[in-house]
Design a protein around this ligand. Structure first.
Ligand code: NAP
Length: 361
């Protein structure tokens, strides 16, 4: 099968990481073996993929050579492992995310991929292929942040009376609500009955409101944190969907009065504000396997069975939940595998705002 395979050695990757550059192509379209599946796995013929910043970060500095790049996919079941036969049939439409970029036989930017049979969702009629492929890394990161790390009720849980009625709505702060991760955070928090306070550029104010944000502030305004704390003095939970520069400090300032937790998507160190803690998440822990990034020098992550259970629950509920939790706006990039590289360059240059790039293969 054809697949986009990483080819950078450790020296170029470390150089890219330290210079913040992308020297050379770092990836090539190659013919590789179709993955073989275990009894608990399914083989998927990939129909479309969605792009994430993590894909170009893997190409630039994380992926060891010979890894298949890419995480988000939609496709058709092509082969079913013996233990998966009750749940899946050949030809079913299936979508989800895989831990792309570190394995030589597991990644989405390929004609076929393999996945644990309970870590994918059956795409219902009425959800298009392009829409289905957007419920990958961005959506599962939002779920991990809100439902697992902040203890916000799940979208498929019956809501408590006080959340349903107009009496009290707990509030959550989502920094960078117009990122794809942010749009899913807003919706999952709304589904749990929360009041959602967010930040975005003015060009994205309408977008975040359409996805359910109750109040939006411009993160570039020098008075933003004062305005937020004045209007919402009791927030104790935040997700920083940007996690660069001073964004996490911004979140901590919003939580300063009562203390609380800021979940970050990138490493932001520790909080300087007493009573406010930072907790970084990594969507890959949801796949239930131990892994290392940039081995042998980078950090190691243990297998987290509870995170794996959370992903299985999320994808099992998604055929129902997707009626209320919409995909982000979609921009189709033409060109198949070449289109993936073009789209990743757009993401690298920070040119994508408020939409998910999707490529049909
Ligand atoms: N740890 C994990 O597991 C994990 C999972 C998912 C994502 N991530 C990381 O989280 C980040 C967001 O990912 P994504 O896919 O959601 O991103 P995305 O959709 O590509 O984000 C684009 C958005 O970023 C916003 N933005 C750009 N510069 C900003 C700034 N200086 N301050 C605040 N917002 C800014 C823009 O919003 P406006 O147009 O409103 O300015 C734009 O809409 C990436 O770094 C990604 O690698 C990590």
């Amino acid at each position: 099968m054809k697949a986009l395979i990483s080819n950078r050695n450790i020296i170029t990757r470390v150089l890219n990481l330290s210079l913040g550059k992308s020297l050379g192509q770092g990836v090539e379209l190659k013919d590789v073996a179709v993955p073989t599946i275990l009894d608990d796995e399914i083989l998927v013929k990939v129909l479309a993929v969605a792009l994430n910043p993590t894909d170009f970060k893997h190409i630039d500095f994380i992926s060891p050579p010979h890894s298949i790049i890419g995480c988000d996919y939609v496709g058709e079941v092509a082969k079913v492992g013996r233990n998966a036969a009750k749940a899946w049939n050949i030809g079913d439409r299936v979508a989800g995310a895989v831990h792309g970029g570190i394995y030589s036989d597991r990644g989405a930017f390929a004609e076929y991929l393999k996945i644990d049979s309970d870590l994918a969702w059956k795409v219902p009629p009425g959800v298009s292929d392009a829409e289905a492929t957007t419920y990958g890394i961005s959506a599962i990161s939002a779920m991990l942040a809100l439902n697992v790390h902040l203890g916000i009720p799940w979208a498929d849980e019956p809501r408590k009376a006080q959340h349903r009625g107009a009496v009290t709505h707990p509030s959550v702060f989502i920094y960078a609500g117009s990122t794809c991760a942010g749009l899913f955070c807003i919706q999952l928090a709304k589904a749990a009955g929360y009041t959602v306070v967010t930040t975005a550029s003015p060009r994205s104010f309408d977008l975040v409101k359409r996805y359910g944000a109750d109040r939006v502030f411009d993160y570039r305004s020098p008075n933003a944190t004062d305005e937020i704390t004045k209007e919402f003095p009791n927030i104790t939970s935040a997700v920083d969907c940007f996690s660069e520069g001073s964004s996490t400090e911004f979140c901590a300032t919003v939580l300063k009065k009562n203390g609380g937790k800021v979940v970050t998507l990138l490493d932001q160190g520790t909080s300087k504000i007493k009573g406010v803690e930072y907790e970084m998440i990594m969507a890959y822990t949801l796949f239930g396997r131990a892994f290392s990034l940039l081995p042998p020098i980078g950090p190691k992550f243990e297998a987290k069975p509870l995170d794996r259970n959370a992903l299985a629950r999320f994808y099992a509920s998604l055929p129902q939940v997707a009626k209320d939790v919409k995909p982000p706006p979609i921009s189709i990039v033409d060109g198949g595998f070449d289109g993936i590289l073009l789209g990743l360059n757009q993401l690298r240059r920070g040119e994508v705002s408020g939409s998910k790039l999707v490529v049909n293969l």
